[in-house]
Design a protein around this ligand. Sequence first.
Ligand code: ADP
Ligand code: ZN
Ligand code: ZN
Length: 767
Amino acid sequence: MPFASVVLDIPTRAIEGSFDYLIPQQLEDSCQVGCTVLVRFSHRSAVGYVAQVKDEPSEDVAASKLLPVEQVLAPSAFDRVGARVALWMAREYACPACDAIRLFLAPGQNVKVHRAAEGAPWELVCDRAGAVDDRWVSLTQKAQDFVPAKNATRQRELMAALAAGPMRMAELRATMGGVSAAVTALQKRGVVEVTQRRRVRGSEGTTLSSAQAPRPQHLTQGQVRALAAIDQARTAGKGDVVLVDGVTGSGKTEVYLDAIEHALDQGRGAIVLVPEISLTAQTVGRFRSRFGDRVAVLHSRLSVGERFDQWDLVRQGKARVVVGARSALFAPLADPGLIIIDEEHEGSYKQDQSPRYHAREVAAQMARERGCALVLGSATPSLESLQRCRAGSWRGASWTRVSMPERPGGSALPDIQVVNMAEQFHGGNRSIFSAPLAEALQEVAQKRQKAVLMLNRRGFASFLMCRDCGCVPECPHCSTALTYHERTHTLECHTCGRSWPQRAYPDPSTRCPNCGSRYMAAFGVGTQRVEDELRALLPDDVDIVRMDADTTKGKGDHQRLLERFDTSACAVLVGTQMIAKGLDFPEVTLVGVVNADTTLKLPDFRAAERTYDLLEQVAGRAGRGDTPGRVIVQTYWANHPAIQAVAQHDRALFEDAELAERQEANYPPFSRLANVVVWGKNAASVRSTCDAMAHQLRERVGERPGWEILGPADCVKARVKDRTRRHVLVKAPPTADLGPLLSECAAAIGQRMGMNIALDIDAYDMM
Ligand code: ADP
Ligand code: ZN
Ligand code: ZN
């Protein structure tokens, strides 16, 4: 008799792992790996997922004591490999196994056991999105010699309409009044027939011409190398990784398309992950134009029904190419030859709620389990990926970097000018715009061209900066910028919790710790002020379009503002980071970065990396058309490696300096880092819970080399929605098994009333 190993959908750390159940004879066919089932667990009904079907129960249980699976509630959504990946995730990211398994379920499935109140009976709630059948009406053979009665106008109209081909019942009803009766009457006479046909939602295409993917005549040398490396990794079938390190516009997408074609030729499929924000009609269209109906698309802007249909196309094996956002990784594709992650450096590949997984890491594990290749692509690869390529291997798979330094056709990269704002300040310029930027803007106005001005969002932290020398005080222990707290006149480190007294300009006692200047001031300007200064600087006929959180609150605002900018003859688009990505306006001749420094000094060890990525992206916005573009970057840290690297088109300048700093301070990629965040309404309980976590961690870690426990400290976002937030940071060696250790600590302190604990392993959000 077969047995099922079932993961219960009870998300508590107290019930971990899977439990064995008997599969009764009548369920032997339907109860398979990946099914949702109903079982008994400690005297109540529970929903669970079948992770394994086997002939023998686990050694430590007696077969005669096992309870049967009671019902199969939903058909299989994943296979044995999917189940193994889910269990790996639960361990790696210290989350309940059912949280990881839910990622693999059909979109819209919500099956659970629920009771209205304590003591009320448990009830099964089954809510599943399903297939939708349309009713189609068509003429039969008999229609040829059938003539409706004289007064049956409706029947005549209906037959005339159907003469052109079958039509949907819904469509007929919308266009002809009283058509239902006519259909019924003709159906009785055998003149028309009504059939059910499966509808596939979410497959609508686009007519945009930019959404085509014409095959280029020749691949560039870089593309040929990348393709060869990918083919080799796919054939090796061991989860080998190829990092396609190609400048913007170097033809990475073309490489993906060809590599997928090769995989399809071998009878295998492909999963392509793209950041949600770049999953536009253009991107999807390029894949559809090459692979047609074999493409399924999955992202969060689709309705549940659309997502279900696309997902089901994959499960049925009809779609072999899945293009989607982060969660498309879990689509039920039977035999992928490739998993591709475009823009692999993007922070959005890390999920910010449980399970807090990183798509790159899960994809790497999945590629090993499925015996396929993992392809990572970016113009600014993450330091983690670059480091693994340098080492040549990671967790048993090989990592290879292929660089594509040129654009096909050799179109030039824009000219970049860095302006030192401290010099502007000494020269007496108190404006937001340096002299070169002001002149360039005036030139754009005069030539009736277009410009984009990016303002780095201030973020949540405010910090102090010396306007004379550009110094921003840092914590000597953590090498992160200190945030300034106006109320207490203190500089605080949100990594280790230390603080120092400091007053800001115009207080007469203020002093720069570096040069002694008294212009030690809180830093940051808003988009509104940039807009005001622009209006004062430029003639009235220049259209100034401001795009930030305030002006894009409503649905469609974003699109409307971009269209206005597009149709204006002469305009300046002013915005926050949201304008850096994906915008493609050939007429933009000038890109200005008002303050490159804000993101540089966020209290986060990835601040410099993010700034570099952002500047490289925004610089790519200039000169896409025939007119050469220019980029002006305003900064107080003109010699900062991140800024120098962008200015000189030389990433090594940034990488070398940044890696040295990361190594010195023991940050990733030289360590693993976890952020344990505790939040709740009661500040005292938050404090004691966080202390208890830190204590548990210190107990277990002891003097192990390479481990460090930092804090507890207030989070940078110390209060969110009336909840107090504190955190503890854990640094561990790169090979450390962080998940089980953090799980143990959380289990040891137990559930505490009103307290929330997030175990964020390989954290990206440090705020
Ligand atoms: P990336 O994904 O690296 O930004 P794309 O794949 O979008 O680059 O390519 C940029 C442009 O170059 C596209 O218009 C694409 O059609 C074109 N392109 C790509 N490869 C070639 C090639 N080998 N020859 C000519 N044009 C190419
Ligand atoms: Zn100074
Ligand atoms: Zn510190």
